[in-house]
Design a protein around this ligand. Sequence first.
Ligand code: FAD
Ligand code: DHB
Length: 385
Amino acid sequence: MRTQVGIIGAGPAGLLLSHLLHLRGISSVVLEKRSRDYVERRVRAGVLEQGTVDTLIEAGVGDRLLREGLPHHGIELRYGGEGHRIAFEKLVPGRAITVYGQQEVVKDLIAARLEAGGDVRFEVEDVAVHSLEDRPYLTFGGERLDCDVIAGCDGFHGVSRPSIPPGVLKTFERDYPFAWLGILAEVAPSSEELIYTRTERGFALHSMRSPTISRFYLQVPPDATVEEWPDERIWTELKARLESVPGFTLTTGEIIEKGVTPMRGFVAEPMQYGRLYLAGDAAHIVPPTGAKGLNLAVADVRVLTEALATFFRDGSTGPLDGYSAACLKRVWRAQHFSWWMTTLLHTFDSDDDYGRRLQLSYLDYVTSSEAAATTLAENYVGLPW
Ligand code: FAD
Ligand code: DHB
């Protein structure tokens, strides 16, 4: 079997890459180890930058996103008993974010690939990468797939990054001393906009998916398990953190999904080796406080698509050779923003009273200075693509 681009992983990066390549007449095969049902149900991110929305619309997979996505023109920062709105329409006119679940993006992309006759294989076993320097190929479940190029879109725990010979990659990593417990609940959102809350009990985030489904996150210890968090405990803690301003009541409902996500920043440089190109979480991850993970994956795929289009059109490898350098600027900006939002809003056991005062002072600055609030707003909605 042979294809132009062998893609490992049917997350947002792999599926979007396959679709964008198809639109340019370039063939690909996507190999995914999980079932279609599993990847379509996996609840993760929800905030799409304008650049991500534009990319999906231009690619013809934005119909449902336009119908069901929720445009947001501001977020609230809540701390010290008060809420402060970061008003995108004033600070970054004409730019906004759209709340639309990652699993819905994945469903839309799978539907588009299958409708166009795309080759997406689920429940594929033992994917392995071979001969990266020349004539690369993939093996899986006893089959062989020869490719011109391989795209490693298989997330942080995939096989593509570890298949690069030792000593080639330089990795940068930061682990945070807490995790996020994320839930989906069948209840109307208690707020029209997202609320990022800092309290002495820890961070909490109120987000949403639709007028009837809410999404929440709680800062929890790094080794927390879902079993330690029965529904009642979750609602008690969410109320304790979010009902920290007068007059705000959190409406509770049935919890339909729970998961714990570790908090980590990670970058592998360069994002390529021989004929292998890494995109999305395979190359870098961010703590989710800045809502950047999915958006970075989409940005990588856009750059890679253009580079591959040039390569298959006239054989020129210039843009492909520059792929990693072209992506890493945005990657590091997102790393910094995600680190900054995380340190601004979470409580650290190691913090003393002095550290807490510094954090509150910075929050006061961000919510009172237009320049500081603009820094937050322009990074949150996404720097121009
Ligand atoms: P992924 O979505 O991880 O897709 C990789 C795919 O590769 C998966 O389908 C996987 O099954 C497949 N795969 C892995 N190994 C193999 C293999 N050996 N062979 C074949 N296939 C393989 N970001 C935010 O902005 N906000 C959030 O709230 C948020 N929550 C998150 C919660 C969790 C639990 C995780 C893990 C991530 C979260 N993120 C969040 C980050 C965001 O979801 C990711 O940045 C985004 O999914 C990246 O897309 P991707 O396609 O690069 O990787
Ligand atoms: C969501 C996730 C995030 O990481 C974030 O910063 C904001 C919203 C969400 O899942 O809705």
